[in-house]
Write a protein that binds this ligand. Structure first.
Ligand code: G3I
Length: 394
């Protein structure tokens, strides 16, 4: 019944009527609770110098995006299990994958990842419910040719959120509900040309949070984007997301955390100080933060071997990883530090940035690189000096 009434309001497009007059206190309390599940394995079952074991000593989950081959290939799965205790599906929970045809669902990859996590005492970051990319063709085509009406699209979006979040209710720690809505521009703001904004208007974003919260009240609901913590030179995008997040909280939207992706490139430079300051600024709203897709790419000899062509990159790449994790460690509200794939062997980078690679913690032969040892060292040092242990995860 509740779903139907939300759908009706969604079709009408009235934000105020739906959102009520909640307060930002919701962000500080909802969903951010300890998970009482009895895990098959615990962090202390793993090598005490592993990233996950070290992170657990300071209350920080260390994660990686995983694609099916990371789970299916024993040598990859061994690293995923032993080093990381939160997993994000690289693609397997995206709408294109889970509903390739209208009403025809394929949960194979998503189920495998959740199962793998539970077997290994790891948590899951759900990714992502509302994004302009990797949508099923039947949906984008239907919207373009008018065979899916605006009112039907509201219904499809609501159904998508309820079905996917509901399927994994109680098993997903953080959900990236909305992803990459803001412009890379100065001034920034919600991109008016975004597929969802054009089709439904900006009200669809808060609606997705409301539906996701109803479908799984225990999940931490995240807004996820790139260049929103001091990486863009002007800070325009960070300013825009900060202002929007405040508005959402004022309207009672169950937004609980900001996920900064952390896709860096050594050619642009990077200020860890600004990164930390912007993470801290989100927390002044009562929000948690997370690093959700960290990697640091650089120019390489070829996509197969991925040897940096500039010797300085051998220092810059681990240095920038170190800057990111140091900032994350310094912010007690930072829930997790996740890398977007752990090995250059299956990183998304060479396929998207011509001539670049070497973006991850392990080389193409699964050997740990200096960036791995940088994170390990930073976690070791912080484990010895921090006092606010276990305040992050409730
Ligand atoms: O599955 C098809 C396969 O059947 C086909 O043969 C092949 C041919 O190119 O394509 C395969 O699909 C690819 C898919 O990844 C699965 O491998 C798509 O072409 C490719 O575009 C897609 O890339 C993904 C990208 O999002 C799409 O924008 C990357 O793997 C994924 O790592 C990346 O992740 C995003 C986050 O979700 C959001 N933040 C940025 C991040 C990096 O782009």
């Amino acid at each position: 019944m509740r779903r139907r009434s939300l759908l009706a309001m969604g079709a009408a497009g009235g934000t105020a009527a739906v959102l009520g007059t909640g307060t930002s206190a919701l962000a500080a309390t909802s969903g951010v609770t300890a998970d009482s599940r009895i895990w098959a394995k615990h962090d202390h079952d793993f090598d005490p110098t592993s990233l996950r074991a070290l992170g657990s000593r300071i209350g920080m989950h260390i994660g990686s995006a995983l694609i099916p081959q990371d789970i299916d290939t024993p040598s990859y799965a061994a690293i995923a299990a032993s080093q990381f205790n939160v997993y994000t599906p690289g693609n397997e929970m995206k709408w294109q994958v889970v509903e390739p045809e209208p009403g025809v669902y394929d949960w194979t990859g998503a189920d495998n990842l959740v199962h793998f996590a539970e077997q290994n005492g790891a948590r899951v970051r759900g990714h992502t419910l509302l994004w302009h990319n990797q949508l099923p063709t039947w949906l984008t085509t239907g919207v373009a040719n008018g065979s899916i009406t605006t009112s039907q699209l509201w219904g499809l979006l609501e159904q998508h959120v309820f079905i996917e979040v509901g399927r994994y209710r109680g098993r997903i720690w953080q959900w990236d509900v909305a992803n990459e809505f803001f412009l890379d521009a100065n001034p920034s703001g919600i991109d008016p040309n975004n597929f969802w904004i054009q089709a439904l208007g900006p009200t669809c974003i808060p609606k997705a949070y409301i539906w996701a919260h109803e479908a799984d009240p225990g999940a931490i609901l995240v807004y996820n984007d790139y260049n929103i913590a001091g990486e863009d030179g002007t800070n325009a995008k960070s300013d825009a997301v900060f202002a929007w997040a405040g508005q959402m909280l004022d309207q009672g939207v169950p937004l609980m955390a900001i996920g900064n992706q952390g896709h860096l490139d050594t050619q642009y430079g990077f200020s860890g100080q600004r990164f930390q300051a912007d993470l801290e600024r989100y927390t002044t709203l009562g929000l948690k933060v997370a690093i959700t897709e960290a990697d640091v790419r650089t120019f390489v000899n070829n996509a197969t071997d991925q040897v940096p062509t500039d010797n300085l990159a051998l220092f810059a790449q681990p240095f920038e990883f170190g800057q990111m994790i140091k900032a994350a460690i310094a912010v007690p509200e930072c829930l997790s530090f996740t890398v977007w794939g752990f090995t250059d062997a299956d990183s998304w980078v060479p396929g998207f940035f011509t001539g670049e690679g070497y973006a991850t913690l392990y080389d193409v032969n699964l050997n740990p690189k200096p960036a791995y040892y940088e994170l390990q060292q930073d976690l070791m040092e912080s484990a010895g000096v921090r006092h606010h242990v276990r305040t992050r995860n409730g």
